[in-house]
Design a protein around this ligand. Sequence first.
Ligand SMILES: Nc1ncnc2c1ncn2[C@@H]1O[C@H](COP(=O)(O)OP(=O)(O)OP(=O)(O)O)[C@@H](O)[C@H]1O
Length: 351
Amino acid sequence: MSLLKLSGIEVGFDRTTIVDDVSFSLEEGEIGCLLGPSGCGKTTLLRAIAGFEPVRGGRIELGEKLVSSPAQLVPPEKRGVGMVFQDFALFPHLTVFDNIAFGIRDQSSSEQKRRVHQLLEHIGLSGYGPRYPHQLSGGQQQRIALARALAPKPRLLLLDEPFSSLDAELRESLATEVRALLKEEGITALLVTHDQQEAFALADKAGVMYHGRLLQWDTPYGLYHRPAHHLVADFIGVGVLLHGSITADRRVQTALGLLHGEEVPRGSEGEAVDVLIRPDDIVLDESAERRATIVARGFRGAHFLYTAELQDGSHLLCMAPSHHEYEVGQNVGLRLNMDHLVLFPAGYCDT
Ligand SMILES: Nc1ncnc2c1ncn2[C@@H]1O[C@H](COP(=O)(O)OP(=O)(O)OP(=O)(O)O)[C@@H](O)[C@H]1O
């Protein structure tokens, strides 16, 4: 059953449309993630789901109940939705215990104790109840903020860039922990971020927004391997678009040779297309016939990311473990290792 369902949502301020015809749904217990560049409307959409912004068009249903439409706006406090924001501000004058218990003050003190201790254990901070927020690290404070939002067992948890104030390493480990916690609690959640590593570590489903539109809603794997739009391909991961044309036998002629995948490309013979080539589609192989010249390289820790120039001048990105170093100017052999082709109409990438 869909716990959250958005159909054709439009949100705007004055004459500007900020969220434009957005539809997606989240099943009960699923974790969703909205990605996209700054200003694309992610927070505005989250606020509409929480009930802080009215919608100009479409419907939002929570647990199959209509909560937002142009004619109806169920107030935030009646939605059973929890929220964690970037500036997670714990109450500084309250202990960790009282911060977490804040939203369940109407419950008996024994119930409050049971729930707070259960959550502290889940977030790995048992025994921290009597401390005050200033006695905690940033990561610990963020875990407490999460526990506070989870205490009343919201049916939907909305998280807006909850880890953005933390350093990159902590962000990723916390994202993995938060996923485990949400799954343990069986909570449906929607996270907004512009960090795709965070999204990939957390989400069952993710979407990329651009200028108010949701370009694709899919699994993280689908966004990476089957991007439906060149802007999704551009936003998720790295790669290049290589010019090509469709041949009579339904393959694609490119500077890398004839490419084919499991699926037959659509489009007519001779049609110009752009093929997405990810670094992981290419294997650097000295014995390969196809040659290229390394024109740039970037150290990425465990591997180098190389830019290789083909004979026709087009560029590709490829990777090799950092103990296997190539020099700029060096001639290398390339082999393709792709099982599917991602094609866009030619010139799409220029817009
Ligand atoms: N209350 C408001 N009145 C007018 N315009 C607004 C209001 N709130 C947001 N906007 C505009 O809506 C656009 C989208 O903002 P939003 O905060 O939703 O983007 P975002 O994708 O969350 O960005 P970021 O990643 O930077 O947080 C921005 O251009 C912003 O200026």
